[in-house]
Structure formats: structure tokens, C-alpha cells
Design a protein around this ligand. Structure first.
Ligand code: DGT
Ligand code: CA
Ligand code: CA
Length: 573
């Protein structure tokens, strides 16, 4: 499995953080950060470029030394300098950096001057007023840190799904290479595609006597082995992530997959049904009088307890069992159902690729349409488009559409919803677009009623189509603003507007239960990548996962529509 650009970027970012904490030369720190950014956004994968014998030092922001480091990462999956630096940095310090308001510099000061290495230490110091005395802190920051700690009830230990993917990929490859291993799967919340995961649960199907356990604890990213046995082991990786591994035989593979996919609440409800039928159910199978009557596949297990197969994303005991019993489960939307993306950015504002590059990449994905929705110029978005900028983008799109086959570029904008609910560009301009995506980017702290009114007033504008990232939350960073989503959904439905499921792994906004609420309200949603580079178009799959967790079907989604149907829906009514 080749190392992806995201993985390489993560390593350089981490290196920059740790170096900054050590007071390394700021130019050096910046060089690693720039490299991380430019690699993360680069259109071709570093692994491919190397395979084609391209000279990486010709890429923007990459010199000879960095090119060599990238080669090492691609060849070995490792960045030796990072490991060196990690070896002498306490692991808890990188955890502390995840608290909003605490960068590498402040974490370093906390460590060196107050010997703080954990969230608990930090909270104690903040409560006793010690932080404000430190240089570079002050009373305001102390208060802010306390607020953060309170909000996330200690340190947020759950990591985002994308980060979990990046961490687990090389581990799966490592396990897969073991003799006697048939299948390696990730179960748990990861398989249910929750937006964050607490730990990873890996399930290996292997023949008896396989060396997979040995190999697991020898994985080079393991920091600590918590327990290790013949069929189950637990470790902590250097990133702090906890991984459980179970080895099962083929005969109980399905039962184990069911059990360890969870959720716990779903398992308990299934067990109740089994018991009511006189069966016993556990991770080895379904048993009747100690005879195994199901266990090889998940389908067998569900069938045996009288249920239709339930997709992992639904297994939260939120009504899926009742639906499975009645054969009334939703037919969940799939990535293949998506015909286009309705929210993305180009270099004209804060994106990294040109209009044509974005269009070509969308066409390569097989999309029928792509809406270019750069930012409007508001004081919160310094590089946004003004009237002239937008008109010029419209002309460029017209020219591009004449040139390109197989895809239609839609003219759009991500326009600011101002504090009073008006939109940041005049209707005469917005009216020239195919669709208008509107968003709240500032004044997050209005009272609930005011915030709700602000958004609904914006929807009163007949140009309004899609409310982007409807609650503004950033996972593990920023809470949602106070808003009455149900009211907004009702208003959107009445006006023929739509809500977005923003697919950025840090946003995933709407949440899964908000998606369900949208379905129950009868308002359709757009799943949008909000891509700022061609690589980001791939975020679509996280949005689809989130929508699936919210029970959404292709019909509930705006961008599963063909272009002409989409255009009709955008006409409002
Ligand atoms: P996480 O790790 O917090 O993101 O969430 P999960 O769902 O991955 O939870 P985890 O790792 O504690 O356990 C993995 C699965 O194992 C869980 O989804 C269901 C199953 N499981 C764990 N504990 C129990 C239990 O006490 N009873 C039952 N029936 N199943 C359990
Ligand atoms: Ca887990
Ligand atoms: Ca676990």
C-alpha cells in the first residue's frame, strides 16, 4: 500500500510541532510546515512521482533535503528525524497541543516552567491562577483554557476518523503480511464510520498457530504493550491511540465481526432477541444447546435471530432492529450514487488549484457536475471575491464549459450570511449563478433565537439554495453555535432550500442525528466536500458515511440527481 500524501504531510506537521516546542530555528519549523501543506495539497501522489523518477526537489517548497526525506517516508513509511525528536519529547505534550489556544510555544512554557504534562495538571494550574503569570499567557488565556477543558470534559481522547484511517492503514498492511493470516478487518466505531473513534478494534481471521500476535506487538509504532495473549492483545501506539486485536477462526468470523463492530447497545438488543428465541449468542457464534447454528458470516447471524442484514453505520440501537424485523431498513446512499459536488474552492480565493484543475479532477471522478463556490469577500474572508472577481469567475466558467466535455461546471458562490440575515452580495449578482451556498462565518455567539432568525431570514432571499455547514462546529476544536436546527429545517423545506452535510473530516456538519432529523423533517441535503484542493474532493466519502449513519437514502440527497433534475430543484418553488 503506497504511502499517501496526507500521511507524509501528517509526519512533517508533527515534526514541525515538536521542533517548535524545542525552540528550533523558526525557519526550519516553517519549512516543514510549508512542505506539509504543499505535499498535502499536491495533485499527484509523491509515491507515484518517485516511481516515475521525478525530481521532487523541483516541487514548490521542497528542497533537496526534504525530497530525500519524502523518499525515505515513501520507501520505509518512516521519518527517522521525527522518531529521534519523539524519543526525547514526553508524549503527553503533543496531547496538550490539541487544546485550542495552546500551540507548541505555550505547551513548552507550561512544561518547562510549571512541569505540566497532562490535562489534569493544566486544569489545576489554571484554577489556582498560575497560568496568567506565565509570559505569553495572561488572564484571558487562562480563562479560555479553563473553558475549553470544561467543554470537552478533560482532554478529548477521541480522534477523527480520517486520522484513524491514516494511522491504521500501515498497521493493516503489516498484519496482512503474516503467514497464516486470511483476513484483517477493522471493527468497532471505525467500521460504523463514527466521526471520531476512541480506540481501534482489529479482527484477524487466521489459521491456528499463526504468528500474527507476535507480529502485532512487534509493530514499530507500538509504544506500549498493555496485554498480549494467544487470541487477544492490546497496545498503545506512539500517537497515543489504543489498539485491540483479536484473532478468530473462520467458523466464528461473522459472529466476531458482529460482536466487535457493536455498538454495545446494538449488541445488547440483539442478544435479548437471541435469548427470547432460546439461543445463546457471543463472539463465537449463535448457539442452540451448545451447538453452533450460525457464526461464519454476519448475514447468517442476523438471519438466525430473524433479522434482515443491518449495515454497520446503522448499528446504534436507534430503531434499526425494529426496522430490520419489519424488513423496512433504508436503502442507504452509496458513494456511487453521488453525481457531483456542490461546494468547492479554487485558487481565486483560498483553494490551491485552478478552476480547470478542479474541473478535470471532478470529471476524472466520473462526476456529471461540479459547482465552484468560492468565498464572497467579507471582512471575515480576506481573499473573497468581490463583484468584479465573481464576474470574472463566471466568464471563466463559461469558457471552460465550452471546452470541457462530460462535465458541467456550475456557477456558485459561498456567500456570507451577515449578522442581520442579508447576504453579502447583491441579488443582481447572485441571480446570475446556478446556485448559492450560504454560510455563517462570524458572530457565532448570538443567542439561539437570534441565530435561528438570522439564518431563516437569509433563506427568505429567493437566491438562497444551500445552507453550508449548518452548525459551524469543528470536531474537537469548536462547539456548534446555538441554533434551532429543527426550525431551520422546517423553514428550508417550506422555501425549497437545502442543508449541507459538509464532508470535511473536521466538520461533518450536519451530524448523523441531524441527518436523521432532516429526513424526518422531509428536507433534502447536499453532501459536499468543501474541497480546497483536488485531493480534498475525496472527502465526499466521509460525508456519505455520515449521511448513511443518519439513515439517508439516495432520494434524500440533492446531488444524486441528474443535472436537469438538480437544476429544477434549485429553482425553488
Ligand atoms: P469507541 O472505541 O469508543 O469509538 O467505540 P466502539 O464501539 O469501538 O467501542 P469499544 O472499542 O469499546 O468496543 C468495540 C465493540 O465491542 C463495541 O462496539 C461492542 C463490543 N463490546 C464492547 N464491550 C461490550 C459489552 O460489554 N457488551 C457487548 N455486548 N458488547 C461489547
Ligand atoms: Ca473501538
Ligand atoms: Ca476497543
Amino acid at each position: 500500500m503506497p504511502v499517501s500524501n496526507t500521511e507524509i504531510a501528517m509526519l512533517f506537521d508533527r515534526l514541525a510541532d515538536l521542533l517548535e516546542m524545542e525552540d528550533a530555528n523558526p525557519f526550519r519549523v516553517r519549512a516543514y510546515r510549508n512542505a506539509a501543506r504543499s505535499i498535502g495539497d499536491y495533485s499527484s501522489s509523491m509515491a507515484d512521482l518517485l516511481a516515475q523518477h521525478k525530481d521532487l526537489s523541483t516541487l514548490p517548497g521542497i528542497g533537496k533535503d526534504l525530497a530525500e526525506k519524502i523518499r525515505t517516508i515513501v520507501e520505509t513509511g518512516k521519518l527517522p528525524l521525527l522518531e529521534e525528536v519523539e524519543a526525547h519529547t514526553p508524549a503527553a505534550l503533543s496531547e496538550l497541543m490539541k487544546i485550542e489556544g495552546l500551540g507548541p510555544k505555550r505547551v513548552k512554557a507550561l512544561y518547562q516552567q510549571l512541569h505540566i504534562t497532562s490535562a489534569e495538571d493544566l486544569e489545576r494550574a489554571a484554577r489556582s491562577g498560575k497560568l496568567r503569570e506565565l509570559k505569553g499567557f495572561g488572564k484571558k488565556i487562562e480563562e479560555k483554557i479553563l473553558l475549553r477543558l470544561e467543554h470537552f470534559s478533560g482532554l478529548e481522547k477521541r480522534i477523527r476518523l480520517l486520522d484513524a484511517e491514516v494511522i491504521v492503514k500501515p498497521l493493516l498492511a503489516w498484519l496482512q503480511q503474516t503467514r497464516g493470516v486470511k483476513e484483517v478487518r477493522v471493527a468497532g466505531s471505525f467500521r460504523r464510520r463514527r466521526e471520531t473513534v476512541g480506540d481501534l478494534d482489529i479482527l484477524v481471521t487466521a489459521s491456528r498457530g499463526s504468528e500474527v500476535m507476535d507480529r502485532f506487538v512487534r509493530y514499530d509504532q507500538v509504544k506500549e504493550v498493555i496485554s498480549s495473549g494467544k487470541t487477544r492483545s492490546s497496545v498503545i501506539l506512539r500517537t497515543g491511540l489504543h489498539v485491540d486485536l483479536r484473532v478468530v477462526t473462520q467458523a466464528s468470523q461473522g459472529a466476531a465481526l458482529c460482536y466487535f463492530t457493536g455498538s454495545k447497545a446494538h449488541n445488547i438488543a440483539i442478544r435479548k432477541i437471541a435469548v427470547s428465541k432460546g439461543y445463546k449468542i457471543n463472539e463465537y457464534g449463535v448457539f442452540k444447546n451448545d451447538r453452533r447454528i450460525a457464526g461464519k458470516t454476519e448475514q447468517d447471524v442476523y438471519r438466525q435471530v430473524g433479522l434482515a442484514y443491518i449495515e454497520p453505520e446503522l448499528r446504534e440501537n436507534r430503531g434499526e432492529i425494529e426496522a430490520a424485523r419489519k424488513n423496512a431498513l433504508p436503502e442507504l446512499v452509496r458513494l456511487e450514487d453521488i453525481r457531483g459536488d456542490l461546494h468547492c474552492h479554487t485558487r481565486a480565493t483560498d483553494g490551491h488549484n485552478s478552476l480547470e484543475e478542479m474541473a478535470t479532477a471532478a470529471r476524472a471522478r466520473g462526476y456529471e457536475y461540479l459547482a465552484i463556490s468560492d468565498h464572497s469577500r467579507h471582512l471575515t474572508v480576506a481573499h473573497g471575491l468581490d463583484r468584479k472577481g465573481l464576474l470574472s469567475e463566471i466568464r471563466q466558467i463559461d469558457r471552460l464549459n465550452e471546452k470541457l466535455d462530460d462535465i458541467v461546471i456550475l456557477k456558485a458562490i459561498e456567500v456570507d450570511i451577515l449578522e442581520d440575515g442579508t447576504l453579502d452580495l447583491p441579488d443582481s449578482l447572485l441571480g446570475q449563478l446556478d446556485l448559492v451556498v450560504a454560510a455563517v462565518h462570524y458572530k457565532f455567539n448570538l443567542p439561539r433565537r437570534k441565530q435561528t432568525e438570522r439564518i431563516i431570514r437569509a433563506m427568505d432571499n429567493p437566491c438562497f439554495n444551500i445552507l453550508a455547514h449548518p452548525t459551524g462546529r469543528l470536531i474537537n476544536e469548536r462547539a456548534a453555535y446555538e441554533v434551532d436546527l429543527e426550525k431551520i429545517m422546517t423553514a428550508a423545506k417550506e422555501r425549497g432550500c437545502f442543508l449541507e452535510v459538509n464532508a470535511q473530516p473536521a466538520r461533518l456538519d450536519l451530524t448523523d442525528s441531524d441527518c436523521k432529523l432532516a429526513k424526518d423533517t422531509g428536507v433534502k441535503v447536499a453532501i459536499s466536500s468543501d474541497a480546497h484542493s483536488i485531493g480534498n474532493l475525496d472527502y465526499m466519502r466521509f460525508g456519505v458515511d455520515q449521511a448513511r449513519r443518519g439513515w439517508l437514502e439516495a432520494d434524500d440527497i440533492l446531488n444524486t440527481r441528474k443535472e436537469d433534475e438538480l437544476r429544477k430543484l434549485l429553482q425553488r418553488h
